[in-house]
Write a protein that binds this ligand. Structure first.
Ligand SMILES: Cc1cc2nc3c(=O)[nH]c(=O)nc-3n(C[C@H](O)[C@H](O)[C@H](O)COP(=O)(O)OP(=O)(O)OC[C@H]3O[C@@H](n4cnc5c(N)ncnc54)[C@H](O)[C@@H]3O)c2cc1C
Length: 392
């Protein structure tokens, strides 16, 4: 019997909205379902900005995804008339003695430079004096070097999702919001989905449920995905806003110590979010889950990040925190992605946990997912993203 849909997309955040759009664009009968009304602030895809860059220090396998995504983000802008990608130029700064891995990549600065050379990505390498002269907003404490990439910048994640859901619907997809998927029952030729409002069948289901993914996997696979709470902070600017605006102030990633959290990243000041400069670090020490996670940011957390990381390195920022939010990383043991068919069910595609660095790639991931769901293969190499590497 013919199923009601070709593909159901379970979860409409970064990965799901891109997948639903690309599938609908290719003429499939698509149903997208989300338990909330995306874009929302309860998953992994909010907070106003996401870093996008072309040389990917996390591994060469990500570069084709990043480069294709740049093209797709521009196509989405052209189709919607919205501005979702701003190239501000970006810095990756590191000292000679910094050894912590970023998203699983050791020697992140060196790896990024190597990758830029290999793929012919426009960049320059700045020494301490050059960084100081060009970007006096940063107070370098030791002898540090930087990779500068002019095409680095930021995406507006909420708008990216909104635009792709709009385009998915325009291409005929049915989008159901505030409907929770309760159960997913795969069989050899179709999948049955039970939700809070009804049930649907499709030939394939894309599970892009972000931090909720473990609810749809057997224990042997679920154990590979761990959820970590991240806090984001917007600090007020002491004097003039001008040096912190896009065009003057780059997106940056700054690695400065030997401890796992000796690392910050940040963005120029943009409209909204209290008008401050967004700064954050990462934490992988304490696991959580999306149901019980502490959503508020405590005063002592604000004080700690300001004193430890911001006060001396970005002296133009005051200790007045004008906005905060929390967000969820869902990470695999090697911090890599999973884009693969379920090992036991060929009608289920797992596309989600992107270990804190997936947003920039999500437009191209949507295209890869559409090809996998339709033809079983993608012209993009996905062998590094197989689930069996996680070895449960
Ligand atoms: C603080 C932070 C900073 C980051 N910075 C960057 C960055 O600078 N650059 C970058 O490239 N990446 C970055 N990332 C990573 C990137 O944002 C994530 O990889 C990406 O947003 C993950 O998207 P997702 O679709 O997997 O999850 P989500 O966007 O969370 O989407 C999952 C969706 O599934 C839905 N869902 C779950 N369960 C159900 C159910 N039962 N029924 C129906 N719907 C369901 C949820 O409601 C949700 O909408 C960052 C992540 C965080 C948290």
């Amino acid at each position: 019997m013919r199923t009601a849909f070709d593909v159901i997309v379970l979860g409409l955040g970064a990965m799901g909205s891109a997948s639903a759009f690309q599938l609908a664009k290719k003429g499939r009968r698509v149903l997208g379902i989300d338990q909330f009304s995306p874009p929302h602030n309860l998953g992994s895809s909010h907070g106003g900005t996401r870093v996008i860059r072309q040389a990917i220090g996390e591994g060469d396998e990500y570069v084709p995804l990043a480069l294709r995504s740049y093209e797709l983000w521009r196509e989405i802008e052209a189709a919607t008339g919205k501005s979702i990608l701003e190239t501000t130029g970006g810095l990756i700064i590191a000292g000679a003695t910094t050894g912590i891995p970023i998203h699983g990549a050791k020697g992140f600065l060196e790896e990024t430079i190597r990758c830029a050379k290999k793929f012919g990505i426009r960049h320059s390498v700045l020494d301490t004096n050059q960084i100081k002269t060009r970007f006096p907003q940063f107070n370098l404490i030791g002898n540090e070097r930087a990779y500068y990439e002019p095409m680095m910048g930021f995406l507006r994640p909420e708008l990216c999702i909104e635009c792709q859901l709009f385009l998915a619907e325009k291409h005929g997809a049915e989008i159901r919001r505030n409907e929770k998927v309760l159960e997913l029952i795969p069989s050899s030729h179709e999948v049955l989905i039970r939700t809070s409002s009804g049930q649907y069948t499709a030939e394939k289901v894309v599970v892009s449920a972000g931090s909720w993914i473990t609810q749809f996997l057997e224990q042997e696979f679920a154990g590979s995905f761990k959820v970590y709470r991240q806090a984001l902070y917007w600090f007020d600017i002491k004097d003039s806003l001008e040096p912190f605006l896009p065009g003057r102030f780059p997106v940056f990633i700054w690695v400065f110590g030997r401890h796992q959290d000796d690392f910050i990243y940040g963005f120029p000041a943009i409209d909204g979010f209290g008008g401050g400069v967004k700064v954050a670090s990462e934490q992988h020490a304490f696991q959580t889950n999306p149901e019980t996670v502490e959503r508020e940011v405590r005063e002592e957390e604000i004080d700690s990040i300001y004193q430890r990381y911001v006060r001396d390195r970005l002296p133009g920022l005051s200790n007045k925190c004008v906005n905060t939010t929390t967000c969820l990383y869902t990470s695999t043991p090697d911090s890599g992605f999973v884009i693969d068919f379920h090992p036991l069910h060929s009608s289920v595609l797992i596309v989600s946990p992107c270990s804190g660095h997936g947003f920039k790639h999500s437009a191209a991931i949507g295209e890869v997912v559409a090809d996998l769901a339709i033809t079983g293969q993608s012209s993009m190499n996905t062998k590094e993203f197989k689930i069996d590497r996680l070895g449960q």
